[in-house]
Design a protein around this ligand. Structure first.
Ligand code: SUG
Length: 449
């Protein structure tokens, strides 16, 4: 792995992965997320979950891609539980919440901040009117356990991206009409990471529409109104922004975020044929807007249902792969191990690099613990396209290199349990263990508490 600083020039994408926290568990809290529902109350292994995430970060850093770590949020969020009327000592708060409503306790204890694709929407300086990198933390209003995250995410992003090069917005006002789930519903296409790009905001529903429901089974999470507000806040050029509706049938099949059914990078858009509403028209708009950038032609890799079905796309998270621009000019598709185990997905991916469509290599990564909660490779990372001087402003302590990997691995081995059930959240020793672990992590990353 290369050194942390001083080696990068120009503009590039940095991946900020969420480090899985010590309270990772399967509480079945996530609506519309079929993996979370299917694995409800199964035993989780927080240690393996964190180690799997660390291996992915290590691999990406070894490829020469800028990689950093976002620390887990402190859980349980006792302040949040206190706001709900649970009082007394910290241990009493836990015990009372466990007795009154274990779902609320699980929400206050959720490690869901690990899926940093939902932390915020980010626009690089090449795209914004004021030349700053813009961040809007997602309000995550649609899920109670995820709505705990935004204040902590806001504070963390301000800490990690300090100074005049960065603009930090508040999360959007809460509520379904402004439901915002961050970068998971946002695709940026550009000739290269430093060029002005096309930002595609994919939404599930029109929050202010009175036209009835678009889906039958699951409520969509991202609203058009939220996407539009973020585009306004970030000072984006309207000619380089598109709002595209998700296919309601995909949402009902378990595509609760668009990044479960499409991913873009550079001049490549990789998507299933069932990703968008009126897909042919949507792709036509995307191609036309991309062409207007003057950065060449967009390559759309559209996978047909007969190649990989919609249910198989959801179970394998094929489109939740990371598409990474490599220093040698190639593009790697980093897929979940589940894709290798699924005959159709595997066959598709084995052939892909040979087809001359822009993806030059495919690798697999084992993220089984996260996958059981509906989080694949792309869910675990927040992409931030940065200029070298912007990257230099990020605290060195969070930038991944071999030394940090080794320290974090030892930290996980020391502090994490290898089995956690939702019922264990009532055990107040978990509160103490988590605090000790997080204090030690603050020292490793040099962030203070
Ligand atoms: O919000 N799962 C997360 C998974 C998020 C995946 N992110 C992206 N697609 N970008 C969610 O549904 C499960 C938690 C539980 O059930 O305990 C959960 O929150």
């Amino acid at each position: 792995m290369k050194a942390r600083e001083g080696i990068r020039a120009g503009s590039f994408e940095a991946n900020f992965d969420g480090l899985v926290g010590p309270t990772h568990n399967y509480a079945g809290l996530a609506h519309g997320n079929v993996a979370s529902q299917a694995n409800k109350r199964r035993p989780a292994n927080p240690r393996d979950a964190a180690l799997q995430g660390l291996e992915k970060m290590r691999r990406v850093a070894a490829l020469g891609v800028a990689q950093a770590v976002l620390p887990p949020q402190r859980r349980p969020d006792l302040q949040w539980l206190r706001k709900l009327g649970f009082s007394g000592t910290d241990a009493e708060v836990i015990t009372k919440a466990a007795k009154a409503d274990p779902v609320l306790l699980a929400a206050g204890y959720s490690a869901s901040a690990m899926w940093t694709a939902n932390a915020a929407t980010v626009s690089p300086s090449a795209d914004s009117a004021d030349g700053k990198v813009h961040f809007t933390p997602a309000n995550l209003s649609s899920q109670i356990h995820r709505s705990v995250e935004p204040p902590h995410t806001s504070a963390l992003l301000k800490r990690l991206f300090p100074g005049p090069a960065f603009a930090h917005h508040d999360p959007l006002p809460p509520g379904r009409q402004f439901g915002d789930e961050g970068a998971a519903n946002h695709i940026r296409l550009a000739g290269s990471h430093g060029d002005p790009g096309l930002q595609i905001f994919v939404y599930g529903h029109e929050g202010l529409s009175t036209g009835g429901r678009v889906t039958r089974r699951f409520l969509p999470r991202q609203s058009l109104e939220a996407s539009k507000a973020v585009a306004r806040l970030h000072g984006l050029d309207p000619d380089r922004v598109l709002f595209v509706a998700q296919n309601p049938a995909a949402i009902d099949a378990g595509v609760f975020h668009n990044d479960v059914i499409s991913v873009g990078n550079g001049n490549v858009l990789f998507c299933h044929e069932a990703a968008f509403q009126d897909q042919a028209a949507a792709l036509k708009r995307i191609r036309a807007r991309y062409a207007a950038l003057g950065s060449g032609t967009l390559r759309v890799i559209e996978v047909k249902s007969r190649e990989v079905s919609l249910p198989a796309s959801v179970s394998t998270y094929l489109f939740n792969s990371q598409l990474l621009s490599l220093p040698d000019g190639g593009m790697l598709l980093l897929a979940a191990e589940e894709c290798r185990e699924h005959p159709a997905a595997r066959k598709y991916l084995e052939a892909l690099p040979g087809r001359g469509l822009g993806v030059t290599a495919v690798e697999f990564t084992d993220l089984r613990q996260s996958m059981r909660n509906g989080g694949g490779p792309a869910c675990l990372r927040l992409r931030v396209a940065l200029r070298a001087k912007e990257w230099a402003a990020v605290p060195a302590g969070v930038k991944m290199d071999e030394a940090l990997y080794v320290r974090l691995k030892a930290w996980v081995m020391k502090h994490y349990r290898d089995r956690l059930m939702p019922a264990d959240l009532a055990d107040t020793s978990l509160l103490k263990e988590s605090r000790i672990a997080m204090d030690a992590l603050d020292r490793i990353l040099g962030l203070g508490s």
